[in-house]
Design a binder for this molecule. Structure first.
Ligand SMILES: Cc1cc2nc3c(=O)[nH]c(=O)nc-3n(C[C@H](O)[C@H](O)[C@H](O)COP(=O)(O)OP(=O)(O)OC[C@H]3O[C@@H](n4cnc5c(N)ncnc54)[C@H](O)[C@@H]3O)c2cc1C
Ligand code: SF4
Length: 522
């Protein structure tokens, strides 16, 4: 290996964690290498085709994993510069302050984090400003304290959603505007980067107006001459040095050619499934269970949230273009009748008939797919699944990746659906009154109407951080307890996952670890 292949910092993966960290470290002047297994998302019309994206899965990896029974699993995940943020819905939520402590759920305990909300708060603010989050403070009844306002006003509701908002308020709820990382200027539509289209959630942005990790972090980081990126470069394994305390080589398959790099600091940020897989595949004589895995937690405690997409059909049409503006957190911690957390209600991007075809939908009696799509409000329900050591990522003898997962803590989720149903029955319209709402229908029928395991969008928890090396792989700075130069900054570090979307927490934590690394490298 030539000295040209040695870096101060190597970051593996360019998504919410790795991309954000690169941005933070770039001005330091340190020699930084980003290694990304994917390429840039091609800019093409198909970016905004629901048929190409949802039905033909054009941008999903073609890789196959296995499930607990050894059956092939085609994960809905994306390998590109910017990682899954290229495709995300950009709903950028903070975890609640309480999520950092231990919370009793109906299905068990959601464990505490080694750091408090107050420690992460400055980085939440930094991340919100960096990713240009548009939101209104003070509307969300469970939102934690914040040291600064959002820099941009919330994205407005279109008429149908404003109507729903008013109905829900009349029913005694506190619906609020979703904090969104889209670069829209509603006061100056002509100059606005974002045109408020119907193909945002799940799609890459043709206009570069979505605040994803490539646009916001990787591209500006690469403007610094000390930062470089290799694409189509899949990290195969990490090797350790003589005393086994340091990662000494990063072994890469780049366009079919084997390469090796080394770094004073090596940061793994491949997403929760692939980071665990990489550490497990890097087992050697000194680390027989895989790197950072003396505790045997690496790969375990896989979480992905309990998610449902539910279509509420109304007699009135829903002509909304950009639907992801409204959310409800009234049941996040429970209700008067139910003492346990239920979760979070918000929206997916507006569903159309092509998207519905991909989900093996239940066709409501008397409706067609097209009609359903034109009349539905398309809700996204998230509840917390609890960290179970038996829910885990492992590597089979033939090198294949396996995700074993059994859903838990479902009672709260079922009650959340019932709460939504109840609230919708109280909605009203001028033409049909209370008869307008026709019922809730699952977008797909797998797994008792929840999203199937292949929906790994919210994957987290597989390389948890903590103060005790016996029960965690990483310390509070996300450095491996057992190695001096190995860090993990993607969603793997979560000891529990709350019930809001994870990306802002990953970004905020990457900024926090970035500060630690800047201090370390001073
Ligand atoms: C359709 C969709 C919608 C979503 N909507 C939202 C939302 O609205 N709000 C929200 O908060 N979250 C959302 N998410 C989730 C969010 O995108 C993820 O939580 C976040 O991107 C995870 O960040 P990460 O850094 O852990 O991993 P990723 O962003 O997945 O980044 C991992 C990177 O590592 C690379 N990589 C993997 N293995 C290797 C390897 N061996 N060598 C080199 N590189 C490797 C990958 O190609 C990828 O670029 C959504 C996700 C999807 C798929
Ligand atoms: S133009 Fe706006 S709404 Fe459309 S994909 Fe881009 S960021 Fe999303």
């Amino acid at each position: 290996m030539t000295t040209n292949n040695h870096y101060d910092v190597i970051i593996i993966g360019t998504g919410a964690g790795g991309g954000t960290l690169a941005y933070k470290l770039a001005p330091s002047g340190k020699k930084i290498l980003l290694i990304e297994r994917g390429d840039y998302v091609p800019r093409e019309k198909d970016n905004w085709s629901t048929r190409a994206v949802n039905l033909e899965a054009r941008y999903n990896t073609k890789e196959a994993w296995r499930d607990v029974d050894g059956k092939e699993l085609h994960p809905h995940t994306n390998y590109y510069v910017g990682g899954n943020t290229k495709f995300y819905g950009a709903a950028l939520f903070r975890l609640r302050k309480e999520d950092f402590g231990e919370i009793r759920h109906h299905g068990g305990i959601s464990p505490a984090w080694p750091i408090s909300y107050d420690e992460l708060e400055p980085y939440y603010t930094e991340a919100e400003h960096l990713y240009q989050v548009h939101g209104n403070r003070g509307e969300d009844p469970t939102e934690p304290w914040a040291s600064a306002p959002y820099k941009y006003p919330a994205v407005s509701h279109e008429q149908r959603l404003q109507h729903l908002h008013d109905d829900l308020e009349r029913a005694g709820l506190k619906p609020f505007h979703v904090p969104l990382g889209i670069r829209i200027d509603e006061k100056n539509a002509r100059k606005s980067l974002c045109i408020r289209c119907n193909t945002c959630d799940g799609h890459p942005c043709l206009l570069g107006a979505k605040s994803d990790a490539q646009t916001i972090c990787v591209d500006p980081a690469l403007d610094h001459e000390n930062v470089s990126l290799v694409t189509n470069a899949k990290v195969l394994r990490l090797e350790t040095n003589g005393n086994a305390r340091e990662v000494s080589k990063v072994i890469v398959d780049r366009n079919g050619v084997r390469e090796a790099y080394s770094g004073d600091v090596v940061v793994v940020s491949c997403g929760a499934v692939n980071s665990a897989a990489l550490l497990l595949r890097s087992a050697n004589d000194s680390h027989p269970n895989g790197l950072a895995n003396g505790s045997d937690v690496v790969g375990r405690h896989y979480m992905g949230h309990i998610n449902s997409v539910l279509m509420a059909l109304s007699k009135c049409p829903n002509p909304t273009v950009f639907q992801k503006t409204l959310a409800i957190n009234d049941f996040y911690f429970g209700s008067r009748e139910w003492d346990y957390p239920m979760g979070h209600i918000s929206f997916v991007g507006k569903l159309d008939a092509d998207t519905l075809k991909a989900g093996a939908p239940a066709i409501a009696p008397g409706w067609t797919l097209d009609l359903m799509a034109k009349h539905s409000l398309d809700f996204w329900l998230t509840s917390e699944d609890l960290p179970d050591p038996n829910n885990r990522v492992t590597i089979d003898r033939d090198g294949q990746l396996r995700v074993s997962y059994k859903l838990n803590n479902v009672e709260g989720h079922d009650r959340l659906k019932a709460q939504l149903q109840k609230a919708l029955k109280q909605t009203n319209c001028d033409v049909h009154g209370h008869e307008c709402h026709q019922g809730l229908f699952a977008r797909n029928l797998y797994l008792g109407q929840r999203l199937p395991l292949a929906a790994v969008a919210h994957q987290n928890g597989t390389v948890r951080f903590g103060d005790d090396p016996k029960t965690s792989a990483l310390d509070r700075n996300c450095k491996a307890h057992e190695l001096d130069n190995l860090y993990v900054v993607d969603a793997s570090f979560f000891p529990s996952s709350g019930a809001v979307n994870p990306a802002l927490t990953i970004m905020a934590n990457a900024l926090r670890v970035g500060d630690h690394l800047l201090e370390r490298m001073k």
